[in-house]
Structures are given as C-alpha cells and as structure tokens.
Design a protein around this ligand. Sequence first.
Ligand SMILES: *Cc1c(COP(=O)(O)O)cnc(C)c1O
Length: 392
Amino acid sequence: MTTHDWTLETQLVHNAFKTDRSTGAVSVPIQHASTFHQSSFDDFGQYDYSRSGTPTRQALEDTIAALEGGTRGLAFASGMAAISTAFLLLSKGDHVLVTRDVYGGTFRMITQVLSRFGIEHTFVDMTNLNEVKQGIQSNTKVIYMETPSNPTLGITDIEGVVQIAKEHDCLTFLDNTFLTPALQRPLDLGVDVVLHSATKFLSGHSDVLSGLAVVKDEKLGDELYSLQNSFGAVLGVQDCWLVLRGLKTLQVRLEKASQTALELATFLKEHPAVKKVYYPGLDDHPGADIQRKQASGAGAVLSFELENQAAVKELVDGVTLPVFAVSLGAVESILSYPAKMSHAAMPKEEREKRGITDGLLRLSVGVENGEDLKRDFKQALDQLKPALVNQS
Ligand SMILES: *Cc1c(COP(=O)(O)O)cnc(C)c1O
C-alpha cells in the first residue's frame, strides 16, 4: 500500500519521511549546509544553495503538500511571509477581494503595503455570496478567504466562492490556519492556494514561527516557488524540524481540543455573564450547515462576548489555566483579547463593524482536561461583579 491509501491520521506518522533512507533514523535529519558540492562539472545534484532548497525543508514541503492533497508545498519564515509571498503573484493594477474579518496582519499587508504597489482591494462579508459577486471588478485577480474567520468564526461557503471565482477567471486563496488539513481540505474543494500560519495548530506547541503555502496546479506551484526563491523568506531547518515533529500529533491534538471546545461553547452559552458565543460547532451558528458540509469538524477556537472591557479584565485576571496571550493552536489553552492583540492593527470603527467589540475574547482550546477548563471558567465567570453581568 502507498501512503495515500491510509487515513490522514496514519499518514501524519507514516509518510515518505518516516525513516531516513541512508541511516534508518526515525526522525528527519536536520541538514544545516547552506551550499552543496556538485560532484561533476556537467552533472549538478538536486540541491545547490539552501535558499533554493534543502532536504529538511523539502521533507516539510512534501509532507504538507501530501496532507493537503496538493502537488507542491512551500515553507516560509512565518505565516505572514507565506501570505505576503502569495500576494506577489499579483501585479500593479490588479484587485483583490478579501474577507471582511481577515487576520489583522493580512489586513495590514493589504491596506498598507499592497496599496503602495498599486494593488487594489475590497473587503466583503464572505459569508454572503451575493456580496462576493457584487465585489468582483474587471481587474479582480484573487478572492481571499479565511474560514472560519478570525475572531468571530464566520463560515464562508468555499465551493460557492470557488464557483464565482471560476466564472470571473480569478484565483482563490484560503487561509486554512484554524482547521488544518485534519479538518478541512480546501484544494479538494477547488481552491488554488492554501495558506497556513504553521505557528498555530500544525506545529502546536507555541515554540516555532512558520508559514506554509500549498497548491495543486503545477504551473502555479512553479510560479510560487520562483517567488519564494526570489523573495527569500524561507523557513530555517531547525524550525522545519519542529513543524514536522508537531505534525505527527496534529490529529489527536485537534480532535481532543475540538471536543472540549464544543463542551466549553455549550457551557459558556448558558452562563448569564456571557452575552454571545461564536463557535461553528453549535447548531444555532448561522454557518453550521455549511461547516458540516465542507469540513470534518468545527475546530478548537471559539469566541465569546462579555458585557464590556471591565468584565473582560476581571475574567482574564480570574482564570488560572489558559495563558493570556496572542496566538492560538497550541497544547495549552490560549485566551486572547482581539481588540488589543490580533486586531490592534485595525482601527476601532473597522473592528466594531466586524463584531470585534471591547467585550470580545477569543479562546483557543488546548489539550487540558475539559472538565478542569470548564471549572476554571465557571469560577472566574461566577465571580464577575453583578454590574459586569449582562442584564438582559
Ligand atoms: C497567526 C495567523 C497568521 C499569521 O501567521 P504568523 O505565523 O504569525 O506570521 C495568519 N493567519 C491566521 C489565521 C493566523 O492565526
């Protein structure tokens, strides 16, 4: 049987790189060389200079390509390096249609950097396909999706957007950071470029910054590779190894954390201090049906809204288990405050249009015992002063 005959869960452990061909080592060797000797004047080997490729990075790139069902994977120094490099496929005068609640760093790249190079943009609510259709211009070259979106977990109908993109001859990019190929495989749904902050679930331990891009079309793969090599924001070999190690437990981590996320979302929804819960695994989430159709789970990130910033402050001080930090997708639960963290780059009025109010908290659920997490949130919420509890 070839690796493709196994489920993703098994492929994560038993893939083309499970043992080193020359030594049998059960871990991908970290090859530090920056340059490679060519054994004959006429016959150059597979590698020449490490910006262009190294065996360690190749192991990661081939692994993510296989997991996403693509033909080519590319590893970058960060998620933003992967995303920014993909945008280099665009030229002056092109237009990109972007999901309204896009990651804060991507928002900054599009509004402050691409605009200086004559690349235009329009933000639309991508949970609404009519808005997507109406946002298309004659020079639209890319539709940029993020689903579930950050931090309000809006669900975009991926196949619906792909269909619109095909009718208008533009490419689709999708940031798959929140779900990973363990739960959602956008290339199978027709997306052209899948992007990742591998800093999050793929590596999973809050110890490496990294980004990945994956494509199915070989020509697009060649173009992106050329941009990776030209721009040069490649991932170092130690970091490639850390991502490869994290990947082995991706499925078990995500399954466990997603299960706990559903339990916590259900609990939070019932608590009187919580005004609103955003989690696509709840039946009353407006995108729940689409989520079930296009992904095999709702993921481990949820958001919830308290009355105001004062309530947020009390809760953050009152919980013991989660770290209070930027980032997500790790073994430890991470509580973050989008208004001052991931979306600090976004003006307040833009934030509020997107539901990112001063009372909104995002929780990335880790692999701790679910009952312990629930007890921790319960005691912190129960202690909120009556004035900070939703009166309605
Ligand atoms: C973190 C994140 C990014 C940026 O990735 P970095 O690795 O921090 O550069 C992009 N998109 C999403 C959804 C993210 O969560």
